[in-house]
Design a protein around this ligand. Structure first.
Ligand code: C5P
Length: 208
């Protein structure tokens, strides 16, 4: 399966990560969670006590990123989510992260998940999935995930945060969140993780 690129895009908390990781294992391809790159940049800026909308600082953070940054355990949570989304709206940050993502995918093929894999990073990807679910269902899943990790959360607050991040990701001028014209849409609102994976694998295999 070497050399094949599978793009998995979609809004926050749609279950793309789990799905993409499982697809990669099933297809024997490397996997890259590109959201982690933006999260790690946002984290670096927050650590410096700065505003994640500061373009010069965020670009410097993106250029200085190391693999160890991606292993940090504090890349998830409301602050990290919003910081990632803020730095992701800065064109110079996106440009700084582009080469890494392309080299990763070109080396041996890959499954990559994110917001702009099928539209910008790999417009030539063999298969493009756009995974979505209703905002209420995505909020419910994220809420349960937080509870499972022992993090106190409020469902309506989680939903508001997801709506805010969707709006920010979809409205930015550079690489906004949107399905590629040739993406296959997969709505997982009424599918559990197992059924979503089975449907995705079926769709992907049909395009290989
Ligand atoms: O996928 P995840 O929720 O981890 O992504 C965090 C943030 O990073 C997103 O809200 C989005 O703003 C940004 N992102 C992006 N492009 C990608 C992946 C993530 O802009 N390819």
């Amino acid at each position: 399966m070497t050399g094949i690129v599978v793009a998995v895009d979609g809004p926050a908390a749609a279950g793309k990560g789990t799905l993409a990781r499982r697809l990669a294992a099933a297809l024997n391809l490397p996997y890259l969670d590109t959201g982690l790159l933006y999260r790690a940049v946002g984290r670096r800026v927050l650590d410096a006590g700065a505003d994640p909308r500061d373009a010069a600082l965020a670009e410097a953070a993106a250029r200085a990123l190391t693999p160890a940054d991606l292993d940090r355990t504090d890349l998830r949570g409301p602050m990290a989510d919003m910081a990632a989304s803020a730095v992701a709206a800065i064109p110079a940050v996106r440009a700084a992260l582009l080469d890494f993502q392309r080299s990763f995918g070109r080396a041996r093929g890959a499954v990559l998940d994110g917001r702009d894999i099928g539209t910008v990073v790999f417009p030539e990807a063999r298969v493009k999935l756009y995974v979505t679910a209703s905002v209420e269902e995505r909020a419910r899943r994220r809420f349960l995930e937080l509870q499972g990790r022992g993090v106190a959360a409020d469902l309506s607050q989680v939903e508001a945060e997801i709506r805010g991040r969707d709006a920010q990701d979809a409205s930015r001028p550079v690489a906004p969140l949107k399905p590629a014209a040739d993406a296959i849409l997969l709505d997982t609102t009424n599918l559990d993780a197992e059924a979503a994976f089975a449907a995705a694998l079926h769709l992907v295999r049909g395009r290989l």
